[in-house]
Design a protein around this ligand. Sequence first.
Ligand SMILES: N[C@@H](CCC(=O)N[C@@H](CS)C(=O)NCC(=O)O)C(=O)O
Length: 190
Amino acid sequence: MLKLYFSPSTSSLATHIALIECGAPHELIPTLMSKQETRAPAYLTINPDGKVPALVTEGGRILTEVAATLYYIARTYPAAGLWPEGNLEDEAQVISWMSFVASTMHPSRSKGPEHVAKAMEVANIRLGDRTWAIGRYSIADIHLFRVYWRFRPGMDAPLGTYPALEAHHERMLARPAVQKALAIEKSYEA
Ligand SMILES: N[C@@H](CCC(=O)N[C@@H](CS)C(=O)NCC(=O)O)C(=O)O
C-alpha cells in the first residue's frame, strides 16, 4: 500500500487529492510542520530535504517532490485519467504547468507579495478560458489548485483580479476528492 508523509494544508495536499481521485489504497503518516516533525532526524532519513510530501511507492522506494508523486500516482492508476497518456503535446503541457507551479508559483511567496502577484497573473493568463489547465482534467490542475488555494487567503487581490484562477478554484472545490482530502486534513490540524 502507498504511504504518504503529509502535513495538513501544505504541498502534500496535492498528493493526497490525487490518491483519492484515483481510489488508491493508501496510509497517511502525519508529519506535522507545526510540530517541526519535518525537521526531525527520523524524517530526514525519509526526505533529507525535510519537506512533505514523501510517498513510499509500491516498490518500497521513497518519492519526493509534488510533481513526481502526482506523476507516479496518475501512471499507476491510469483508469482515473489524470495523465494524458500517449498524447505527447498534452503530456508536455502537464509537465510545463507542473514545472511552473513548482519553480515559479510555489517559491513566489517567500520572495514577497509582488512575486506572488506576478506568478498568479501569469497563471491566470495561461489558464485563459480553459476549464482545466491542459483542456482536460489532469494532475496539473491538482498541483495548480493546491498553491492557489493556499496562497489565496493571504493575497491582497479582490475577487475578479484573477478570474480564470478563481473559476478553476471553484471547479476544484466542487470535486468530491478535493472535498474529502480537505476534510481529512482538517481533522489533523491543531
Ligand atoms: N519542491 C517541493 C516543495 C515542498 C515543500 O516546500 N513543502 C513544505 C510544505 S508546503 C515543507 O514540507 N516544509 C517543511 C519545513 O519547512 O519544515 C515539492 O514540490 O514537493
